[in-house]
Design a protein around this ligand. Sequence first.
Ligand SMILES: Cc1cc2nc3c(=O)[nH]c(=O)nc-3n(C[C@H](O)[C@H](O)[C@H](O)COP(=O)(O)O)c2cc1C
Length: 289
Amino acid sequence: MTAAVADAPAQPGPSADAAALRALLDARYGPAEAPAGLLLNDTIAGLLSHRSVRAFAHRPLPEGLVETLVAAAQSAPSSSNLQTFSVVAVENPATKARLAEIAGGQKHVVEAPLVLVWLADLARLEEVGRRGAQPTDALAFLETLFVAIIDAALAAQNALVALESLGLGGVYLGAFRNRPVEVAGLLGLPPNVLGVFGLAIGYPDPERPAEVKPRLSPRLVLHRERYDASLPQAALDHYEEAIKVFQKGQGLPEVGWTSAALSRVRGAEALSGRDRIRDALATLGFGLR
Ligand SMILES: Cc1cc2nc3c(=O)[nH]c(=O)nc-3n(C[C@H](O)[C@H](O)[C@H](O)COP(=O)(O)O)c2cc1C
Protein backbone atom coordinates (compact mmCIF):
# COMPACT_ATOMS: atom_id res chain seq x y z
CA MET A 1 0.00 0.00 0.00
CA THR A 2 1.36 3.44 -0.85
CA ALA A 3 1.61 6.30 1.63
CA ALA A 4 -1.06 8.24 -0.24
CA VAL A 5 -3.53 5.36 0.01
CA ALA A 6 -2.60 4.66 3.62
CA ASP A 7 -3.34 8.32 4.42
CA ALA A 8 -6.88 8.03 3.02
CA PRO A 9 -9.90 7.85 5.41
CA ALA A 10 -9.67 4.84 7.71
CA GLN A 11 -12.98 3.14 6.95
CA PRO A 12 -12.50 0.13 4.66
CA GLY A 13 -14.45 -0.55 1.47
CA PRO A 14 -15.36 1.30 -1.70
CA SER A 15 -15.77 4.78 -0.17
CA ALA A 16 -12.24 4.66 1.27
CA ASP A 17 -10.95 3.54 -2.14
CA ALA A 18 -12.86 6.34 -3.86
CA ALA A 19 -11.41 8.95 -1.49
CA ALA A 20 -7.90 7.56 -1.97
CA LEU A 21 -8.28 7.57 -5.74
CA ARG A 22 -9.61 11.14 -5.69
CA ALA A 23 -6.60 12.28 -3.63
CA LEU A 24 -4.17 10.56 -6.01
CA LEU A 25 -5.81 12.04 -9.11
CA ASP A 26 -6.08 15.54 -7.61
CA ALA A 27 -2.35 15.41 -6.92
CA ARG A 28 -1.57 14.11 -10.40
CA TYR A 29 -3.77 16.52 -12.40
CA GLY A 30 -5.01 19.23 -10.06
CA PRO A 31 -8.68 19.07 -9.05
CA ALA A 32 -9.96 20.85 -12.20
CA GLU A 33 -8.67 18.22 -14.62
CA ALA A 34 -8.69 15.02 -12.55
CA PRO A 35 -10.44 12.33 -14.60
CA ALA A 36 -13.35 10.33 -13.18
CA GLY A 37 -14.25 6.65 -13.30
CA LEU A 38 -10.78 5.19 -12.91
CA LEU A 39 -10.10 1.77 -11.46
CA LEU A 40 -7.87 1.38 -8.41
CA ASN A 41 -5.68 -1.31 -6.98
CA ASP A 42 -2.32 -1.26 -5.20
CA THR A 43 -0.36 -1.42 -8.45
CA ILE A 44 -2.23 1.51 -9.98
CA ALA A 45 -2.05 3.49 -6.72
CA GLY A 46 1.70 2.94 -6.70
CA LEU A 47 2.03 4.22 -10.27
CA LEU A 48 -0.14 7.26 -9.56
CA SER A 49 1.99 8.03 -6.48
CA HIS A 50 5.30 8.24 -8.39
CA ARG A 51 7.53 11.20 -7.73
CA SER A 52 11.21 11.61 -8.61
CA VAL A 53 13.36 11.56 -5.48
CA ARG A 54 16.49 13.71 -5.42
CA ALA A 55 17.08 13.82 -1.64
CA PHE A 56 18.21 10.57 -0.05
CA ALA A 57 18.46 9.42 3.57
CA HIS A 58 21.74 8.06 4.98
CA ARG A 59 20.28 4.59 5.22
CA PRO A 60 21.79 1.40 3.80
CA LEU A 61 19.96 -0.39 1.03
CA PRO A 62 18.45 -3.83 1.69
CA GLU A 63 20.44 -6.96 0.79
CA GLY A 64 19.47 -8.33 -2.59
CA LEU A 65 18.16 -5.03 -3.91
CA VAL A 66 20.26 -4.90 -7.08
CA GLU A 67 19.39 -8.50 -7.94
CA THR A 68 15.68 -7.80 -7.31
CA LEU A 69 15.71 -4.72 -9.51
CA VAL A 70 17.51 -6.52 -12.32
CA ALA A 71 15.00 -9.40 -12.19
CA ALA A 72 12.14 -6.84 -12.36
CA ALA A 73 13.90 -5.08 -15.24
CA GLN A 74 14.51 -8.29 -17.16
CA SER A 75 10.83 -9.18 -16.76
CA ALA A 76 9.89 -6.25 -19.01
CA PRO A 77 8.91 -7.07 -22.57
CA SER A 78 11.78 -6.98 -25.07
CA SER A 79 11.61 -6.39 -28.83
CA SER A 80 11.80 -9.85 -30.47
CA ASN A 81 13.24 -10.99 -27.13
CA LEU A 82 16.60 -9.65 -28.33
CA GLN A 83 17.25 -8.31 -24.80
CA THR A 84 19.46 -5.52 -26.06
CA PHE A 85 19.96 -3.78 -22.73
CA SER A 86 22.47 -4.14 -19.93
CA VAL A 87 22.92 -2.22 -16.70
CA VAL A 88 25.95 -1.16 -14.66
CA ALA A 89 25.38 -0.90 -10.89
CA VAL A 90 27.60 1.82 -9.43
CA GLU A 91 28.14 2.17 -5.67
CA ASN A 92 31.75 3.36 -5.63
CA PRO A 93 31.78 6.99 -4.36
CA ALA A 94 34.58 8.04 -6.72
CA THR A 95 32.72 6.70 -9.76
CA LYS A 96 29.51 8.38 -8.59
CA ALA A 97 31.41 11.65 -8.16
CA ARG A 98 32.65 11.44 -11.76
CA LEU A 99 29.15 10.60 -12.98
CA ALA A 100 27.75 13.58 -11.05
CA GLU A 101 30.30 15.82 -12.71
CA ILE A 102 29.41 14.44 -16.16
CA ALA A 103 25.75 15.11 -15.31
CA GLY A 104 26.48 18.80 -14.75
CA GLY A 105 27.07 18.62 -11.00
CA GLN A 106 23.83 16.92 -9.91
CA LYS A 107 24.39 16.36 -6.17
CA HIS A 108 21.86 13.54 -5.87
CA VAL A 109 24.12 11.34 -8.04
CA VAL A 110 26.69 11.37 -5.23
CA GLU A 111 24.16 11.26 -2.40
CA ALA A 112 22.31 8.22 -3.75
CA PRO A 113 23.86 4.99 -2.43
CA LEU A 114 23.22 3.27 -5.77
CA VAL A 115 23.26 4.50 -9.35
CA LEU A 116 22.14 2.16 -12.11
CA VAL A 117 23.35 3.09 -15.58
CA TRP A 118 21.06 1.63 -18.23
CA LEU A 119 22.74 0.65 -21.46
CA ALA A 120 21.57 0.14 -25.02
CA ASP A 121 23.79 -2.87 -25.63
CA LEU A 122 24.33 -4.08 -29.20
CA ALA A 123 27.77 -5.50 -28.35
CA ARG A 124 26.35 -8.72 -26.88
CA LEU A 125 24.51 -9.74 -30.06
CA GLU A 126 27.49 -8.71 -32.15
CA GLU A 127 29.68 -11.04 -30.10
CA VAL A 128 27.11 -13.86 -30.29
CA GLY A 129 27.15 -13.44 -34.08
CA ARG A 130 30.94 -13.45 -34.15
CA ARG A 131 31.08 -16.67 -32.13
CA GLY A 132 28.58 -18.31 -34.47
CA ALA A 133 30.27 -16.85 -37.56
CA GLN A 134 26.91 -15.28 -38.51
CA PRO A 135 26.32 -11.83 -40.02
CA THR A 136 24.94 -9.09 -37.73
CA ASP A 137 24.74 -6.29 -40.27
CA ALA A 138 21.30 -5.15 -39.06
CA LEU A 139 22.92 -3.97 -35.83
CA ALA A 140 24.34 -1.03 -37.79
CA PHE A 141 20.90 0.45 -38.51
CA LEU A 142 19.32 3.27 -36.51
CA GLU A 143 16.25 1.06 -36.06
CA THR A 144 18.28 -1.44 -34.02
CA LEU A 145 19.54 1.33 -31.77
CA PHE A 146 15.88 2.35 -31.26
CA VAL A 147 15.15 -1.26 -30.26
CA ALA A 148 17.94 -1.21 -27.69
CA ILE A 149 16.98 2.20 -26.28
CA ILE A 150 13.34 1.12 -25.97
CA ASP A 151 14.40 -2.14 -24.29
CA ALA A 152 16.56 -0.18 -21.82
CA ALA A 153 13.76 2.27 -21.05
CA LEU A 154 11.14 -0.40 -20.43
CA ALA A 155 13.53 -2.36 -18.25
CA ALA A 156 14.54 0.68 -16.20
CA GLN A 157 10.94 1.71 -15.62
CA ASN A 158 10.14 -1.79 -14.34
CA ALA A 159 13.03 -1.37 -11.89
CA LEU A 160 11.75 2.05 -10.81
CA VAL A 161 8.25 0.70 -10.18
CA ALA A 162 9.75 -2.20 -8.22
CA LEU A 163 11.96 -0.01 -6.04
CA GLU A 164 9.13 2.42 -5.32
CA SER A 165 6.99 -0.53 -4.22
CA LEU A 166 9.74 -1.28 -1.66
CA GLY A 167 9.59 2.22 -0.18
CA LEU A 168 12.69 3.41 -2.03
CA GLY A 169 12.86 6.34 -4.41
CA GLY A 170 14.78 7.23 -7.51
CA VAL A 171 15.37 9.74 -10.25
CA TYR A 172 16.41 9.20 -13.84
CA LEU A 173 19.61 10.85 -15.05
CA GLY A 174 19.35 11.70 -18.72
CA ALA A 175 22.23 14.11 -18.24
CA PHE A 176 24.66 11.20 -18.69
CA ARG A 177 23.94 11.70 -22.41
CA ASN A 178 25.55 15.15 -22.21
CA ARG A 179 28.90 13.34 -22.44
CA PRO A 180 28.25 9.74 -23.56
CA VAL A 181 31.83 9.06 -24.62
CA GLU A 182 33.09 9.94 -21.12
CA VAL A 183 30.44 7.71 -19.53
CA ALA A 184 31.59 4.88 -21.80
CA GLY A 185 35.23 5.45 -20.80
CA LEU A 186 34.41 5.62 -17.10
CA LEU A 187 32.35 2.42 -17.11
CA GLY A 188 34.52 0.50 -19.56
CA LEU A 189 31.78 0.13 -22.16
CA PRO A 190 32.81 -1.70 -25.34
CA PRO A 191 31.93 -0.33 -28.81
CA ASN A 192 28.23 -0.49 -29.70
CA VAL A 193 27.09 0.20 -26.12
CA LEU A 194 25.47 3.51 -25.08
CA GLY A 195 24.67 4.71 -21.56
CA VAL A 196 21.08 5.80 -22.22
CA PHE A 197 20.41 7.22 -18.77
CA GLY A 198 21.08 6.58 -15.11
CA LEU A 199 18.77 5.94 -12.19
CA ALA A 200 19.87 7.25 -8.78
CA ILE A 201 18.35 5.14 -6.00
CA GLY A 202 18.01 5.36 -2.23
CA TYR A 203 15.58 5.78 0.62
CA PRO A 204 13.84 9.16 0.38
CA ASP A 205 14.96 11.64 3.02
CA PRO A 206 11.84 12.28 5.17
CA GLU A 207 13.20 15.76 5.96
CA ARG A 208 13.17 16.71 2.28
CA PRO A 209 10.12 14.97 0.82
CA ALA A 210 9.27 15.05 -2.88
CA GLU A 211 5.67 15.57 -3.91
CA VAL A 212 3.69 14.22 -6.84
CA LYS A 213 4.26 16.49 -9.84
CA PRO A 214 1.11 17.24 -11.82
CA ARG A 215 0.83 16.13 -15.43
CA LEU A 216 -0.92 17.61 -18.46
CA SER A 217 -4.64 16.98 -18.53
CA PRO A 218 -5.59 13.68 -20.13
CA ARG A 219 -7.71 15.90 -22.41
CA LEU A 220 -4.44 16.93 -24.07
CA VAL A 221 -2.90 13.49 -24.17
CA LEU A 222 -5.67 10.98 -24.90
CA HIS A 223 -6.98 10.91 -28.48
CA ARG A 224 -9.78 8.56 -29.39
CA GLU A 225 -9.73 6.92 -32.81
CA ARG A 226 -8.02 9.93 -34.47
CA TYR A 227 -5.60 12.61 -33.35
CA ASP A 228 -7.30 15.84 -32.23
CA ALA A 229 -4.99 18.80 -32.86
CA SER A 230 -7.29 21.44 -31.27
CA LEU A 231 -5.11 21.70 -28.09
CA PRO A 232 -7.71 23.24 -25.74
CA GLN A 233 -6.13 26.34 -24.17
CA ALA A 234 -8.23 26.00 -20.99
CA ALA A 235 -6.58 22.65 -20.24
CA LEU A 236 -3.13 24.17 -20.79
CA ASP A 237 -4.06 27.08 -18.50
CA HIS A 238 -5.26 24.70 -15.77
CA TYR A 239 -1.96 22.85 -16.03
CA GLU A 240 0.01 26.05 -15.74
CA GLU A 241 -1.81 26.75 -12.45
CA ALA A 242 -1.44 23.19 -11.13
CA ILE A 243 2.30 23.13 -11.79
CA LYS A 244 2.74 26.54 -10.12
CA VAL A 245 1.00 25.19 -7.01
CA PHE A 246 3.45 22.27 -7.09
CA GLN A 247 6.44 24.58 -7.58
CA LYS A 248 5.34 26.77 -4.68
CA GLY A 249 4.91 23.72 -2.43
CA GLN A 250 8.44 22.57 -3.29
CA GLY A 251 9.91 26.02 -2.65
CA LEU A 252 10.78 26.37 -6.34
CA PRO A 253 10.36 29.50 -8.49
CA GLU A 254 6.77 29.59 -9.78
CA VAL A 255 7.71 29.63 -13.45
CA GLY A 256 4.94 27.29 -14.60
CA TRP A 257 5.38 24.62 -17.26
CA THR A 258 5.23 26.47 -20.58
CA SER A 259 8.26 28.69 -20.13
CA ALA A 260 10.31 25.89 -18.53
CA ALA A 261 9.43 23.42 -21.29
CA LEU A 262 9.98 25.92 -24.10
CA SER A 263 13.32 26.89 -22.62
CA ARG A 264 14.42 23.24 -22.90
CA VAL A 265 13.60 23.16 -26.64
CA ARG A 266 14.64 26.70 -27.61
CA GLY A 267 17.72 25.67 -29.54
CA ALA A 268 20.82 23.51 -29.76
CA GLU A 269 22.40 25.36 -26.83
CA ALA A 270 19.59 24.10 -24.57
CA LEU A 271 20.60 20.48 -25.21
CA SER A 272 23.67 20.64 -22.94
CA GLY A 273 25.93 18.86 -25.41
CA ARG A 274 23.32 16.38 -26.64
CA ASP A 275 23.08 18.30 -29.91
CA ARG A 276 26.31 16.42 -30.74
CA ILE A 277 24.95 12.98 -29.89
CA ARG A 278 25.12 11.74 -33.48
CA ASP A 279 28.89 12.31 -33.47
CA ALA A 280 29.18 10.68 -30.04
CA LEU A 281 27.29 7.61 -31.26
CA ALA A 282 29.62 7.32 -34.24
CA THR A 283 32.59 7.52 -31.86
CA LEU A 284 31.01 4.75 -29.77
CA GLY A 285 30.87 2.51 -32.86
CA PHE A 286 27.19 2.69 -33.78
CA GLY A 287 26.46 2.42 -37.50
CA LEU A 288 23.32 4.62 -37.62
CA ARG A 289 22.43 3.63 -41.20
C1 LIG B 1 14.76 9.84 -19.39
C2 LIG B 1 14.69 10.81 -18.23
C3 LIG B 1 15.81 11.55 -17.90
C4 LIG B 1 15.79 12.39 -16.77
N1 LIG B 1 16.92 13.05 -16.43
C5 LIG B 1 16.96 13.77 -15.27
C6 LIG B 1 18.17 14.36 -14.82
O1 LIG B 1 19.22 14.28 -15.47
N2 LIG B 1 18.15 15.02 -13.63
C7 LIG B 1 17.01 15.13 -12.88
O2 LIG B 1 17.06 15.73 -11.81
N3 LIG B 1 15.84 14.59 -13.29
C8 LIG B 1 15.79 13.90 -14.46
N4 LIG B 1 14.62 13.30 -14.86
C9 LIG B 1 13.42 13.39 -14.01
C10 LIG B 1 12.37 14.31 -14.62
O3 LIG B 1 12.77 15.65 -14.45
C11 LIG B 1 11.04 14.02 -13.92
O4 LIG B 1 10.65 12.71 -14.18
C12 LIG B 1 9.96 14.98 -14.38
O5 LIG B 1 10.24 16.31 -14.02
C13 LIG B 1 8.61 14.61 -13.79
O6 LIG B 1 8.68 14.60 -12.38
P1 LIG B 1 8.32 13.30 -11.54
O7 LIG B 1 9.18 12.18 -12.02
O8 LIG B 1 8.59 13.67 -10.10
O9 LIG B 1 6.87 13.02 -11.76
C14 LIG B 1 14.60 12.51 -16.01
C15 LIG B 1 13.47 11.78 -16.38
C16 LIG B 1 13.51 10.94 -17.46
C17 LIG B 1 12.29 10.14 -17.82
